[in-house]
Design a protein around this ligand. Structure first.
Ligand SMILES: [Zn+2]
Length: 208
């Protein structure tokens, strides 16, 4: 199946629906594996029109196309440990919405996140990780602090970090803010549960 016809998402609402529908299939083990065939590979080779930018944690258990049951050309995926943001991340996401025209940015966090755990460890015990892992921890720290129970509740800290990341995208990028303001793009925060395979909408700007 490589022809989506008129059903290809054009609005933030349609894009979010398509994302969540794919996740529902994944939860129950009824995946369609859309857009993974050789015909579609050929069809999308000349140009890409992803319906969403997926900005998620790099965790090996949170593989974007698998958990949303999508295929080639569907998602413009950017992932870093703890979905922390730097200039290259912002530029990549801006490319996805401004040049490729994706109507949705989905920030994807999850339970048992190593980056969040390392940040809480650093704040509670004063142990900062070596190398550039320290930069990851520093960028998660404000989120953990912003959650009332961030130091004692890992899930609360993780969800606060998703919300913080959603806000940061709109605050830091004029391009994203403008697209949200004119209604052509939404930014949503999703929380993923590893065992259940389910995502939940927990934050957003311009959400329909
Ligand atoms: Zn993680």
């Amino acid at each position: 199946m490589h022809v989506m016809g008129g059903t290809w998402p054009k609005t933030p609402a349609q894009a979010l629906d398509m994302l969540l529908e794919g996740n529902k299939r994944f939860i129950v083990g009824d995946r369609l594996h859309p857009h993974q065939d050789t015909d579609h590979r050929t069809a999308v080779a000349p140009a890409q029109h992803p319906f969403a930018v997926l900005f998620g944690c790099a965790d090996s258990r949170v593989a974007a196309e698998i958990i949303f049951d999508r295929g080639l050309g569907d998602l413009f995926v950017v992932r870093t440990a703890g979905h922390v943001i730097g200039p290259e991340v912002l530029g990549s996401i801006e490319y996805g919405v401004d040049v490729l025209g994706a109507p949705l940015i989905a920030v994807l966090g999850h339970d048992s996140c190593g980056a969040v755990a390392a940040t809480r460890e650093a704040m509670v015990n004063g142990v900062t990780p070596p190398g550039f892992m320290r930069d990851v921890v520093e960028r998660v720290m404000l989120s953990v602090l912003s959650a009332p129970d961030g130091l004692t509740n890992p899930d609360a800290a993780g969800e606060a970090h998703v919300g913080y990341t959603v806000d940061l995208l709109v605050d830091r990028s004029n391009i994203i803010a403008q697209r949200v303001a004119d209604g052509s793009c939404a930014v949503v925060g999703l929380s993923y549960r590893l065992a259940e395979g389910s995502v939940r909408l927990i934050a957003g700007h311009g959400v329909p």
